[in-house]
Design a protein around this ligand. Sequence first.
Ligand code: G6P
Length: 614
Amino acid sequence: MCGIVGYVGKKEALPVLLQGLRDLEYRGYDSAGIAVLNQGKIFRVREVGKVDNLVNKLKGKTLEGSVGIAHTRWATHGGVTEKNAHPHFGSSSLGEPEVEGKLALVHNGIIENYREIKKQLKDQNFSSETDSEVLAKLIYENYEGDLVKAVKKSLPRVRGTYGVAVMHQDNPNLIVAARLGSPLVVGMGQNEYYLASDVTPMLPYTKRVSYLDDGEVAEISTAGVKISNLKDEVVKKDITRIEWDKEQAQKNGFPSFMLKEIFDQPIVFEDAIRGRFNMQEGTAILGGLNMTEEEKRDVKRVVIVAEGTARHAGLIAKYAFERLANLPCEVDSSSEFRYRDPVVNESTLVFAISQSGETVDTLLAIREAKRKGAKVRGVVNVVGSTIARETGAGTYIHAGPELSVASTKAFTNMVTVLLLYALEFGRIKQTSPATGQRLLQALLEIPEKMHSILKQSEQIKEIAKVYAKYQSIIFIGRGVNFPVALEGALKLKEISYIHAEGMSGGELKHGPLALVSKDLPVIAVLTQDQLYEKMKSSVAEVKARGARTLIIANEGDEEVRDLADEIIYVPKTMELLEPLLNTIPLQLFAYHMAVILGKDVDRPRNLAKSVTVE
Ligand code: G6P
């Protein structure tokens, strides 16, 4: 994930910026660059690979100046090359355009309509393949002596996400920063100011920070920081005092990455849906599909290949593709798909789902599907990863860096993006605009509802204490909540090492019921959907055999009280969206169990975040 650092002040900017880049290394990146403004000139140096490579390249060079911006890039548009690394220049007219420019920009995020903007630019001389250079040129073309105005004129034309920082040679002490979706923090020093994607780079210098919100523009100069919105209204911001050390800051104050990432979900969910709704038509706009209306209509079957948590997200999407779009949908473990002569052809649309974008089984499955002529699209988190590149098209889930091995926020964002795909196909095939609008409206209500579940974390911890003594736990659910049960069980086994099995409530009596006794508790996802009554019967069956039961139920549901030893209440939503909420208590349950049992939550034994061997 890209990282931004900026400095305006009295010190030499270079060492501050380089240390800042190192502090952001944990986010992952593939190239780095730096630009410093000095006496009306901007000089830059960029290099592929680690920050160390950039430092080596800087040896012997003097990059003096006390205003600068720097960037670690994780490729999205264009390969990993020096030319594609940031900062980008907005001008291409200088004698040595590779090192000296008039306007420099660093950008995090994705500009979805960059091709459209690119066509309209006067200067068609591009030195990179990036969307970010297009934005740099757009701001440069809009510049008439006032950098803030140029930025504010340009940003409303952008569809997508950005955290952006810009300098212009004629504004010697100024950085202009703006945010939509990609985080930016301003650090307040004594007549000096810091800018970064998170607080880690500024901790050695200041504890006082201000977080930019979406739609805000910060004018950071030696005279101070002024924050306004795109309508030019001044915004009064609170200053937060950060008491964390570096590691705590990376975890945003949480004791582990996993807990931080669970709590990130309402925020990153917004990133997954931003700019992807067409409310009027009741449909989704996912440019990454890259298919004409006719090609979309020609899709006869959807196949989803993925592993682990990503596969569970796929299993949920199956219900959506079938219900909304009447499209047969098959979900396979990538490792099985490749070795079983899968029947796919030109009318099959294959989605490869992967957080890391590096899972080799999924990569090999894609190659097999492509070889057989299928259309392959990626639903991936890590930008520029192998699967993202090999699929060539698809959609980023925008969950941000996920560092805990057990996947949480990537899961909810995968489900979200796949639901949007199902809706898009649904609207072409059979779903009415009204249903589409209802679904989009229900999605808009999800973050608030997620918050209300997260608030119960302490209560879930108390419940986990009761269950920590058991050797084995069964998770049951039906319909869209069947994959939720699978995911709940996977989370628990991954991090607490307690044996857990997820299954459909309907499957229970076909064997597993033999296991049920007072020593084997059952966790049931029992929200009020079309299979509610059937699920209640399944829970009654296990209760009758002495099992302890924990039920995930909808707020206000009193009927489940007789069936439950413990209940976690979740808000109601549309049935297809239930997994976005119902999975969260199970993530928290697994997390607290692992902590209670003294396990290393972020780095469970024997597991890897990205599995790159078959
Ligand atoms: C590994 C991880 C799982 C993950 C799976 C798929 O097994 O331990 O947590 O769900 O890979 O990873 P991906 O990066 O492709 O989503």
